[in-house]
Design a protein around this ligand. Structure first.
Ligand code: CTP
Ligand code: MG
Length: 233
């Protein structure tokens, strides 16, 4: 099916079914407000504001499906809400089942609530130019070491070759479906595609696409949402 932005529909899957254990608030993380709006709402608004997304599928804890439909009522593009699963991979798989007619799929963490719409449109532009898999990436600032169970260092990775990857991650829809058919767990979607031997391209990420994971991240996000700051572009 085609659409107004070019050939092939873009469906964005938004995993929002995590518990937010590391954040430690008294509700699932995606529902924690930042600047007065739940992270999930900010993330979906950012996807839609890009003008590059035709449909959104949100995966939430099963008991919050109805509440989420109400929260996201009246958006400019259709939003489908489905129950997620025990692990992030299970949630994305549930979203994939609900994403029919997609030519291109974005997977975008609700917890990256401040992601600039311009990053979303850059990912989609890569997909439309024929790239099969693309992830936003930033250089790593800390030196990264591997350790054993005792906490003793077993190696130091070469920092210049390392990148921290973000979302939205973009994929040819058939490729992502094939990757998920492998049936293993991963913390990001691109790693499943890498296992299939398909090249994954990086594009420059955004500091604002950081994942709100800890209480310190939430404080940073609140400060960035301050109306006087106005940094989200
Ligand atoms: N997620 C999901 N389903 C799960 C686990 C995670 O949809 N079973 C989503 C989260 O809601 C979040 C994104 O995946 O938007 C990234 O996960 P993470 O930051 O780890 O969030 P949580 O799992 O909620 O946090 P924690 O690991 O601290 O419990
Ligand atoms: Mg988690």
């Amino acid at each position: 099916m085609n659409n107004s932005h070019g050939e092939g529909r873009v469906v964005a899957l938004v995993p929002a079914a995590g518990q937010g254990v590391r954040l430690g608030e008294n509700m699932p993380k995606a529902f924690v407000p930042v600047g007065g709006s739940p992270m999930l709402v900010l993330a979906v608004d950012g996807l839609i504001a890009s003008g590059a997304v035709d449909e959104v599928v949100v995966m939430v804890p099963a008991e919050l499906v109805d509440e989420t439909r109400d929260l996201l009522d009246g958006t400019d593009v259709p939003v489908t809400v489905v129950p997620g699963g025990a692990e992030r991979t299970d949630s994305v798989r549930a979203g994939l089942r609900a994403a029919r007619d997609a030519s291109f799929i974005l997977v975008h963490d609700a917890a990256r609530a401040l992601t600039p719409p311009s990053l979303v449109s850059r990912v989609v532009a890569e997909l439309r130019s024929g790239v099969k898999a693309v992830v936003p990436a930033l250089p790593v600032t800390d030196t990264i070491k591997s350790v054993n169970d005792a906490g003793t260092v077993t190696g130091t990775l070469i920092r210049s070759t390392l990148r921290a990857v973000q979302t939205p991650q973009g994929f040819d829809a058939d490729l992502l479906r094939d990757a998920y058919a492998i049936g293993i767990e991963a913390t990001d979607d691109a790693s499943l595609v890498e296992l299939m031997g398909t090249a994954v391209k990086t594009l420059p990420g955004s500091p604002l696409a950081f994942k709100i994971t800890t209480p310190l991240d939430l404080m940073l996000a609140e400060a960035l949402m301050d109306p006087q700051e106005s940094v989200r572009a």
